[in-house]
Design a protein around this ligand. Sequence first.
Ligand code: ATP
Ligand code: MG
Length: 888
Amino acid sequence: MTSHEIRKAFLDFFVSKQHLIVPSAPMVAKNDPTLMFQNSGMAQFKDFFLGNATPPATRIADTQKCLRVSGKHNDLEEVGFDTYHHTMFEMLGNWSFGDYFKTEALHWAYELLTEVYKLPKDRLYVSVFEGDKKDNVPFDQEAFDIWKSILGSDERIIYGNKKDNFWEMGDVGPCGPCSEIHIDLRPEEEIARKPGKDLVNADHPQVVEIWNVVFMQFERRADGSLDVLEDKCIDTGMGFERLCMAIQGKQSNYDTDIFQNTIQVLEEMSGLKYGANGTLSSDNYGDVAMRVVADHIRAVAFAITDGQLPSNNGAGYVIRRILRRAIRYGYSYLNFKEPFMSKLVPVLAKQFKDVFPELKQQEEFVTKVIEEEEKTFLRTLDMGLKRLDQIFENEADKKEIDGKTVFELSDTFGFPVDLTALIAREKGFKVDEAGFKAELAKQKERSRKDATKEAADWFEVNELDNPSYIGYDHQEAVTKLVQYRKVKTKKGEEFHVVLEQTPFYAEMGGQVGDTGVLEFKTPKSEFTLEVVDCQLEAGLHVHIVKKAPFEDISIEDLRAAQVTAKIDKTRHSNIIKNHSATHLMLAALREVLGDHIVQRGSYQNDEVTRFDFSHFSKVTDEELQKVEDIVNTKIRQNIALDERRNVPIDEAMTLGATATFGEKYGDFVRVIIFDPKFSIELCGGNHVPATGEIGLFKFTSEGSVSAGVRRVEAVTGIKALERLREQEAIINELKAVMKSPQDLVASIKALQEEKTALQKKVEALENEKLQNVKLDLLKTVVEKDGAQLISAKVEVANADALKQLTYDLKAKLEKPYVVLGTELNGKPLLAVMIDDSLVSDTLHAGKIVKEAAKEMRGGGGGQPHFATAGGSDVNGLQKAIEKAVSFL
Ligand code: ATP
Ligand code: MG
C-alpha cells in the first residue's frame, strides 16, 4: 500500500464505524495559551473534553498535523539520529465523546491493524496500565480482560507504568489510563535471539509504539485528587509514518514513500548517496543530515503555510530554530553553501496536494520565505565562523572557548552550540560545557520567571449551562456568575470570571478583548468590578479582573448575585471601526496590488489597525494612496453591514468569502459582507453597522516585517482626525518659526543651503587661523637636550584641531617635543607629542600627560609618542604645561 492508500484506509475504516471525518486543525495553535503547536490529535478537541463546547458528532476520526518541538513533547534532538521520531508528523486518530469506550476502541484497533492492514499478529504487543498506589489509581482490569479475549491469551500483554501508560492533558483536567500497541519489525533471526516483549519501550528502532489508545475516565483537580468523569471518552493517536514503515516492510520511516521523494532530490543536489553505509547508523552524519533535512522541511513548510512565520520569539522562534538546525546539517555534512531547503518545497507541495492542499496554494510564498531565511542564516554561519577564527587566534594558549562565548554565539548570533563544539574539536579546542550550561540555565530561569502564572481550580458558583456570548447584538447583559478562580501572576494577583452570558468580546482573530465593568448585586452587598481584559480559554470568555471580594461572600449569596456586565462602549466603538476598516483595506489592497495579497496577521485595538500581508516589494506611496482612496470611498458610500451567522462553510466559500490560512473554521461560519462585490470575509469579530461610522481611514506607516511580508498601520474615526490635526499643528508651528513664508518647503531648503555654505566658510577661516598659530609657534622653537621644544597655550576650535596642530608641528620639525594646552568650553585640554627617536621609558607621552594632568585635576593617556589629557581646573593648565615640559 502507498502512504496515500494507508491514510485513506484508516479514514474509510472509521467511516464504516459511523465516524465523522474532520479536517486537520492548522498545525499552529491559535487561541490556546497553553500550546504553540498541535502536538497530538486531541488538542483541537480540548473544548469538547472539557465540556465547554459540543462536538459535531460523538464519533470523529481524522489525520492531524502535529509538531513536537516545544513544551511537554520535544523530540527535536532525536530527529535524524533515530529513524522513527519526527518534528512534524501525522497522527491518525479516532474519538468517542461519551459514546463507545474501551471494548469497541480496542477491538477496532486490532481489526484495522490485522485485517485491513494485514500486519502479522505475532509481531504485535499491547500494554495495559499496571496501577499506581501513590496516585490511588487501580490496575486497568477492564482493558486487560478485553485484550485477553481479543488475543486469546495474556502472552502478548505488557504491564505499563504511570509514565508510559497514564495520560494527562496537563496539571489539571481530563486524564486516564491508556493502552499502547507496539510492533516488532526485526528480522526473524534477531527475534529468535531475543523476544520482542523485552524490547518494548526500550528505545529500539524496530520495536516501536505505533498506536496509543487513551481512556479518559478521570479528571485531575488542582490539589492532585481524581474525580471519575461522567461522560467517558476515547482518544487515540497512531503515528502515520511509523504505520507506513510497518505496512511497507521498511526498517525506517525515512525509507517509506513519504520521505523518499525528498531524499532523492537531496541525493541529486548533494551528489551523495543516502544509506550507502547502512541506513540506520547515527554515526554517518551524511545520512543523519539527509534525515534531518527531509524531516525539518516538512515542519517548516507546513508551519509557514499554517500562518507561523519564522521570527525571533515564541512560536516563530521555534520554527526558525528547526530551519536553522536543518540548514546547518546541510551546510556541514551535505556541502550546501547556497540555499537548498527552499528548493524542496515544490516536492512537498506536489506530494501533499490532495491531503493538505494549503501548501500547494501557497507554494511560491513559502518558498520565498524559506529562501530568505536561508540566505540570512548562511551569512550568520559565515559570520560565526569568522568570529570563531578570531577566538581560535586570541585563545591559542588556553585552547578553550568559554561558556559565555558559546552561549553568546548561539543566543545572539543564532550559531548552534553543537556546531561550535564540532568546529572547536577540529581545531583542537575544548568547549567549556559546564559554563555554557550555567548560562543556559540562567536564561531558562529568566524566561521561567517571566512566564509564571499559577492558576487555582475554578470555583464553580452556578452550573455551567451553555455560557453564551451575546456581544453581536448587545453591549450589556444581566446575568449570573458561573465560576471564578484566583491567579497568581508576576505582578500580583488577579481573578478570572466566567459569566452565563456576556457582551465582552474575548481577544480573537486579531481583535483585542473588551474592557468594562461587572456590577454585582448580592442579597447583602453591591460592588463593581473593573474588567481589564477578556480572553478566550478552552472556548470560555474569561473576564480578567484585578480585585474581587468573592472570598468574603458566602456561596449562596454569590449564587444569587445578579451581575450586570457592561462593556466600555467608546473603546469598543473605536475597536470595531478599526476592524471593519481592516476588511475594507484588505479588499482594496487586493484591488490595487493583486490577488496574491493574503493576510499574514492582523491586530486591532482602539488606537490602530495593524495588518500584515504577503507582498514582495515595498508598497509605494502612490499605491497606498490608491488604497486609502478606495477605502474612504467605501466609507462615504455608507454600506450597511450584511452579517450572516451559521452559514454552512461550503455555502460561504461559494459566496466567494476570503478565508485566512491557518485559521480553523467549523462546519458553520459567520460571514461579514460589506458590498458583496467588494468584501466578503469569514470573521468572528465585531463590526460597524454601516461603513460611514468609520468616518475616515488613513495609513500611518508601511514597512517590512520579514521576507515577503509587509506591515501597514492605519487609523480611523476620531483617531484619524486627531492624527491629521497633529500634523497640521506641526506645520503651523513651523510656519510661525519661519515667519510665515509663502512657500514653507522652499524657505526651509534655502535655510539648509545657507547653513551648509556658512559651515564651509567657518571651516576655511579656522584652518587659516590654525596655519597662523602654527607659523607663530614654529618661531618659538627652543633647542633643549637634543630636542626641539615648543610649549604654549593656544586657542583652537576643538580637540581635533589641537591634535591636528601637534601633528602639523611635528611634520615641520626634526626632533619635536611639543606640549600644547588649550581651553575648551571652560575645561583644560593638554596634548603632548614626542619624536619617536626620543621616546623612552621616562619620555613617554602617555605617562607624561597622566602626571601633568594632575595639575589640572584630570587624567588621560595614550601612545608613547602622542597623548592627550583633560581636566576640570583651567587654572592648573599653565602648571600642567610646565610639568609636561619638565620631563625633558
Ligand atoms: P514515543 O514514546 O515513541 O515517543 P509517545 O509515547 O510520545 O511515543 P504518544 O504521545 O502516545 O507517543 O503519541 C501517539 C503516537 O504518535 C505514538 O504511538 C507514535 O506512533 C506517534 N508519535 C509520537 N511521537 C512521534 C514523533 N515524534 N514522530 C512520529 N510519530 C510519533
Ligand atoms: Mg514521545
